[in-house]
Design a protein around this ligand. Structure first.
Ligand code: SF4
Length: 333
């Protein structure tokens, strides 16, 4: 039976068993924690039907003020390093920083973490400027069905995203895409995703489940069922054994983590990090990983590790302290 029929026919146990076997054989048992670092809270597209930024656009009168301070971005990178997390990508809305500014931030982050950083900053052709500080380019596809894509993300065409990823490949960067489940797609639509992965030579997919934001058309929509989410991830893992898969889970859906790991996730993302770190929610993530039979790279609970300063970036300490103070306050609540 083909994989899409297995998704449709609820053959979850079979899909998870096969996917889990493949994942352990190809990737081992390590699970990473991934942090998307936002550069700004503004997007000049602002019309994707599901997106929080689209609900904020009319409220932001001075977009330049939605840019984050560079020191704050770097402090977040440093604290992420202390925790042993990966930076999933630099993200943020369209049109907030100019390309040379982004390069500069990426270079500084590279010097902090020692790892080149992924970008997920919208559609651009200005890629030739980047070098060793960049690992890869992410296309925010969101939904691979071309008809649905057109109506859900009217200002970022699939063709343009594909063109950017092709260019990224020509410059030697890795290629990633993001996909949101629960936007109205059908199991059959998974074929569009798989075609894209195959044709574009995609190295990494980040799956998210719909997070229904107030003031969007999805405000009253349910999040996708946990086993549907796991089935799609598992079928994708079986189809692409070497693909890096990151799965997103919001704080209200932590029970998704175990099934998603069995389905083939290599990394976990989308957490409200500073609210969860060191709390029972952070501990719960660690427990989910343990009971899926995996090891966590880094920590979601160790408070002492946050104090390990980085002498080369001592100038960031006041900004880092703010994050640590926020975490400590949450833990004490
Ligand atoms: S382009 Fe990205 S940030 Fe802007 S509205 Fe769409 S999903 Fe949101």
């Amino acid at each position: 039976m083909n994989l899409i029929n297995k998704i449709k026919n609820h053959q979850t146990i079979e899909l998870l068993q096969d996917a889990n076997k493949i994942t352990i054989a190809e990737h081992g048992k390590q699970i990473t924690l991934e942090r998307a670092i936002f550069l700004s809270w503004w997007c000049d597209k602002g019309d994707c039907a599901f997106c929080y930024m689209s609900s904020q656009k009319p409220k932001i009168k001075e977009p330049e003020k939605a840019r984050r301070k560079v020191e704050s971005i770097l402090a977040e990178a440093e604290i992420t390093r202390r925790m042993g997390w990966n930076i999933e990508f630099l993200s943020g809305g369209y049109g907030s920083f100019k390309t040379p500014e982004i390069k500069n931030i990426a270079k500084k982050i590279f010097s902090i973490t020692g790892k080149p950083v992924w970008l997920n900053l919208g559609i651009t052709k200005e890629l030739e400027i980047y070098g060793d500080e960049i690992a890869g380019i992410t296309g925010a596809v969101e939904i691979a069905n071309p008809d649905l894509h057109q109506s859900i993300c009217p200002s970022k065409s699939l063709e343009d995203i594909i063109e950017m990823l092709e260019l990224a490949g020509e410059f030697g960067f890795k290629k990633a895409i993001t996909i949101i489940l629960g936007l109205g797609e059908k199991p059959e639509d998974t074929k569009y995703l798989w075609n894209l992965i195959e044709e574009m030579g995609i190295d990494r997919v980040t799956f998210y489940s719909l997070n229904p934001h107030k003031d969007t058309i999805y405000e009253n929509s349910p999040q996708p069922a946990s086993l549907y989410y796991a089935n799609v991830v598992a079928a994708t893992r079986i189809k692409f054994p070497l693909l890096e898969i990151v799965t997103g889970t919001w704080i209200d859906n932590l029970a998704n983590i175990g099934p998603l790991i069995l389905a083939g996730a290599n990394g976990l993302t989308k957490f409200p990090l500073f609210k969860m770190y060191g709390t029972r929610y952070g501990k719960r993530v660690e427990e989910e990983v343990k009971w899926a039979g995996r090891y966590l790279q880094g920590t979601f609970t160790d408070l002492e590790i946050l104090q390990e300063s980085n002498v080369q970036h001592a100038d960031l300490e006041p900004f880092i302290k703010r994050y640590i103070d926020g975490i400590t306050k949450n833990v004490k609540k």
